[in-house]
Design a protein around this ligand. Structure first.
Ligand code: SF4
Length: 241
C-alpha cells in the first residue's frame, strides 16, 4: 500500500512541477495503471502527466484550426520513450481517427520504425500542431506559436534521449532556424539539451522515393546515438512500402 501512496505523491509532485493545478480523477487513475509496464514507476508517472495535459487541451480553441477539426490529435506511444518522432500536424485520416501518422505517410513511418528494430508502441509520436490544417496546408506561424507549448510540455514529460523531427515545419520549429530541411537533415542539433535529428517527412518520401535512403541514413545515426544495434540491412536501403 505504501508503494501506491508513494506513486500518488510522486504523481502529484510531477503535476505541480509542470504547473498543472487541477488533476481530474479520470486522469489520475491511469497514472497508476499497472499495465504501463515499460520503465515501471517512471512510465506510470509520465503517463499520468500526459493524461493530465491531454485533459487540459480538451476543447482547445487556441487557434483557428479548432474550427475545422474533428479531433485533437494529441499523440501516442510509450510515455517513457527514448525516441520521439515529431511531425507537423494531422492529415485527413489522423483527424478522423484522432491518432498521429495513420494514413499513407504514417504507414511509411511505421515501416521505418520497424526497420529500426522497434515498434510504434516503443516510441512516442506527436505533432507540432494538434488540429488538422484545412486541405493539409502547412500550419501558419500563429497556429504553430499557439500550439507549440503543448509539444514542448510533451517533450518535457517524456524526456526522450533523441528526437527525430519529420519534415521542414517540425525541424525548423524545434531547432529555431530557417535553414531548409534538405540542408538540416543528416546532422544532430539540440533542443533543450536533447539531440534532434531532422529528416524528411514521410509524405515527402511518398512523392520522392529516391530519397528514402537519406532518411534511412538519418535513422541509422539515431540508432547509433541511442546505442542500439544497427539492423542488418543492405547499405542505402530505406523504409519500404
Ligand atoms: S492546433 Fe493546437 S492551439 Fe490550435 S486549436 Fe488545436 S490544440 Fe489548440
Amino acid at each position: 500500500m505504501s508503494g501506491v501512496l508513494d506513486d500518488i505523491k510522486t504523481v502529484l509532485g510531477f503535476y505541480e512541477a509542470l504547473g498543472i493545478e487541477r488533476i481530474p480523477f479520470e486522469i489520475s487513475a491511469p497514472a497508476l495503471n499497472p499495465t504501463v509496464k515499460k520503465g515501471g514507476h517512471t512510465a506510470k508517472v509520465k503517463a499520468g502527466a500526459l493524461g493530465a495535459l491531454k485533459e487540459e487541451m480538451d476543447e482547445c480553441t487556441g487557434c483557428k484550426l479548432s474550427s475545422g477539426r474533428k479531433s485533437i490529435v494529441f499523440g501516442e506511444g510509450n510515455p517513457d520513450a527514448s525516441l520521439m518522432f515529431i511531425g507537423e500536424g494531422p492529415g485527413k485520416e489522423e483527424d478522423i481517427e484522432a491518432r498521429p501518422f495513420v494514413g499513407e505517410a504514417g504507414q511509411l513511418l511505421t515501416s521505418l520504425i520497424a526497420k529500426m528494430g522497434l515498434k510504434r508502441e516503443d516510441v512516442y509520436i506527436g505533432n507540432i500542431v494538434k488540429c488538422r490544417p484545412p486541405g493539409n496546408r502547412d500550419p501558419e506561424e500563429e497556429e504553430i506559436a499557439a500550439c507549440l507549448p503543448f509539444i514542448k510540455r510533451q517533450i518535457e514529460i517524456i524526456s526522450p534521449r533523441v528526437i527525430m523531427t519529420l519534415g521542414r515545419i517540425s525541424s525548423q520549429t524545434l531547432i529555431s532556424t530557417r535553414i531548409p530541411i534538405s540542408r538540416l537533415r543528416g546532422s544532430f542539433y539540440a533542443y533543450e539539451g536533447i539531440p534532434v535529428m531532422p529528416t524528411f517527412h514521410p509524405a515527402y518520401l511518398l512523392r520522392n522515393r529516391k530519397d528514402k535512403h537519406l532518411v534511412w541514413a538519418d535513422a541509422l545515426k539515431v540508432l547509433e546515438k541511442l546505442g542500439m544495434p544497427l539492423p542488418p540491412l543492405k547499405p542505402g536501403r530505406g523504409p519500404s512500402k
